[in-house]
Design a protein around this ligand. Structure first.
Ligand SMILES: C[S@@+](CC[C@H](N)C(=O)[O-])C[C@H]1O[C@@H](n2cnc3c(N)ncnc32)[C@H](O)[C@@H]1O
Length: 227
């Protein structure tokens, strides 16, 4: 499955889905065509992308099932208006800002699906420390890029180690083969950085080298532990 199909597969059939930052409107199209949603609230901060979604969904004869809204994050939604909310294709910092700004909306929806493009570890840290639980997670590789799609809900979960901000506990427990490839890439990248920093005598780099060695050891340790 590709990124958009995986996002779609995480949504349980319901009445209204809000697609935040809809842009092209492809997620809305997939959810309506597969009868996963009866209605989509398609939103975007910017007029250009919102007009793109309006044009595209109109061309697919789906616009009568869509409510298009211009505005930031979840501020365009009322409490309990959407059964599911999707925030996909944005930076991890922006997603945590959106969740933080409208926590009253976020925690009252039945399903919350997020897919960050960057700062994945910072976003997981935000979730674990701000009253959200990750209840499921998928990884997808498209054109050498790894995407993480998370199903989250309000709640608290204690994680045993901060390494789980960077390395998804769910994906390790699932023994997802793509996750193993992702971990190989992380370890390989860390080793390359270590090798290049080892050429310098700078104390600052020695600390960084130690951090990276410890990180790689920790990753190997949790892989053995969860095996
Ligand atoms: C890269 S597109 C992602 C499109 C689609 N959601 C996907 O996953 O393929 C990001 C979209 O988010 C919109 N956006 C950025 N900040 C936003 C915010 N605070 N609230 C709503 N939309 C936002 C942008 O205008 C852009 O259309």
């Amino acid at each position: 499955m590709n990124r958009l199909e995986t996002i779609k597969s995480m949504v349980t059939k319901c009445h209204t889905v809000a697609d935040i930052g809809t842009d092209h409107g492809y997620v809305a199209e997939m959810l309506l065509n597969d009868n996963i949603a009866e209605k989509i609230i398609a939103t975007d901060l910017n007029k250009g992308p919102l007009n793109r979604a309006i044009e595209y969904l109109t061309s697919k004869n789906l616009s009568d099932k869509c409510d298009f809204r211009l505005g930031s994050g979840l501020t365009v939604l009322e409490k309990n208006e959407a059964d599911a909310i999707i925030i996909a294709g944005m930076g991890g910092d922006l997603i945590s800002d959106i969740l933080h700004t409208s926590k009253n909306i976020a925690i009252t929806t039945k399903q919350l699906i997020i897919q960050p493009m960057t700062a994945i570890d910072k976003l997981r840290k935000y979730l674990y420390n701000n009253g959200y639980k990750i209840i499921d997670e998928s990884i997808v590789k498209e054109f050498h890029h790894y995407y993480f799609i998370m199903n989250i809900e309000p709640g608290y979960e204690v994680i045993e180690d901060e390494i789980y901000y960077e390395i998804s506990k769910h994906l390790i427990l699932k023994k997802d083969p793509i996750m193993y490839k992702y971990i190989d890439k992380i370890i390989d990248t860390n080793n390359k950085i270590i090798q290049s920093l080892e050429k310098s005598d700078n104390l600052k780099y020695k600390i960084k080298i130690n951090d990276l060695i410890n990180k790689n050891n920790k990753i190997m340790e949790i892989l053995k532990y969860e095996a």
